[in-house]
Design a protein around this ligand. Structure first.
Ligand SMILES: [Zn+2]
Ligand SMILES: [Zn+2]
Length: 244
């Protein structure tokens, strides 16, 4: 995305989100109905965040672009030498490769991750969030009635939850840039709506569990899927460790 467009994308996304959110006929069903749909969206987003997380963690880095040197660098990662090497490698990397590298390296060294801003994470998850929002907007002229309103509502919630997947993750780690987010996440953790830091640290040890990045309530399913993929040999621990 061109850098000069970026400052407009955050307000534009939320303006479009509010516009689409205004359209469903909420009075057509009781409040409990919408709350149950919100729970469904919450669990659905959690499950898909887990599957996408497995894909990102186990996707090999491209050795030819120099990711291996970057990933296994033994010297000082705050040095000018490392920063130059990182800039050179990332300059030829795709958007997806940069995200894969960011996910893999944060398992080893979480400190730089804590310094990323709201805007940084926004643009990592923006394509998925924009796709879901566009899907909801495109359906608007095609259908009407409670069923259509319910689908819009779920798509809308999934869009805004997906958008904040990495913000939540960074706040679970104790982000230094999103202090209010950290406080909110701690509150949600206390009432059981968000995965715990302890559980997430288990994920960091071996990449075998705790992939879901919204609430963690669907981990029991995603952990089994990961175990099955490993057993089948379709993914390997060497890929998670960045050795392939
Ligand atoms: Zn991971
Ligand atoms: Zn993490």
């Amino acid at each position: 995305m061109p850098a000069n467009l970026k400052p407009f994308m955050i307000p534009l996304y939320f303006a479009l989100w509010l516009w689409v959110a205004w359209l469903p006929e909420y009075s057509a069903a009781p409040l409990l109905y919408w709350l149950l749909l919100a729970l469904l969206a919450w669990l659905n987003a959690d499950f898909y965040s887990g599957l996408i997380h497995i894909y990102l963690d186990y996707r090999p880095l491209d050795k030819h672009k120099g990711f291996e040197r970057l990933f296994h660098y033994q010297g000082d990662r705050s040095s000018a030498e490392f920063e130059l090497m990182k800039q050179q490698v990332l300059a030829q990397a795709s958007w997806l490769e940069e995200i894969v590298y960011s996910f893999k390296i944060h398992h080893r060294n979480v400190r730089p991750y804590l310094q990323f801003t709201y805007s940084h994470f926004f643009f990592e998850t923006f394509p998925a969030a924009a796709f879901l929002l566009a899907l909801a907007a495109l359906m608007l002229p095609l259908t009407s009635g409670l069923l259509a309103d319910s689908v819009w509502f779920i798509l809308l919630l999934c869009s805004v939850i997906a958008l904040h997947t990495n913000h939540i993750h960074a706040c679970v780690h104790g982000s230094k840039q999103m202090r209010r987010g950290v406080k909110l996440i701690r509150l949600l953790q206390k009432i059981g709506l968000m995965y715990s830091a302890r559980r997430h640290h288990e994920h960091h040890k071996a990449g075998l569990q705790g992939f879901c990045l919204i609430s963690g309530h669907t981990d029991f399913l995603v952990d089994r899927i990961c175990g099955w993929l490993l057993q089948k040999g379709w993914i390997s621990q060497a890929e998670w460790r960045g050795e392939r």
